[in-house]
Design a protein around this ligand. Sequence first.
Ligand SMILES: [Zn+2]
Length: 203
Amino acid sequence: MMATTHAFAGLLVAAAASAVTGDAAPLVFAAGLFGGLFPDFDLYAGHRKTLHFPVYGALAGVLAAGAYLLVGGTLALALAVFLLAAALHAASDVLGGGLELRPWEGTSERAVYDHFNGVWWRPRRWIRYDGAPEDALVGLALAVPGYLAVSGTLRTLVLAAVVVSVGYAAVRKPMVALAERLVAATPAPVLAYVPARFVEDVA
Ligand SMILES: [Zn+2]
């Protein structure tokens, strides 16, 4: 799934938390958006493993929610929303495609790493690959409640993310073809300086 789809799912977590608690502080919604996005910051270093914690993350989120129930306050709520959104991201990566460069070919059996059991969860491919048309559609649907609940800068941010989502889905496949052509056209001595993971799948 696209990072933006995860961000919208995080926003939905925030919208639900805000509706239940009556706390509609922008910080809570920002925490949902950012928490949904956060695990994919491991894209260049152990993707879907380094910052993806489907089991421990969920545990941390539940503990933080418990802490909020005890102490209250916007900050505690935002922390719980952040952790739950990040855990939801990690766990829901299992619904998408694998880690390969062309996930629509379905050759990878690695969706997300479960640190608790020390195994990779296999991709279910309900959303066939990140940037698939159904990915953009699910993202749009997830974004609606959050979009309606926020205002000002956050609302602009959600709109911008929707544009990015749809734009990325539109160029997802041509982008890989372009990368392949770039690698083919790059002289070998230059390729030596490009990190292997960008080259080996393409070349
Ligand atoms: Zn992810």
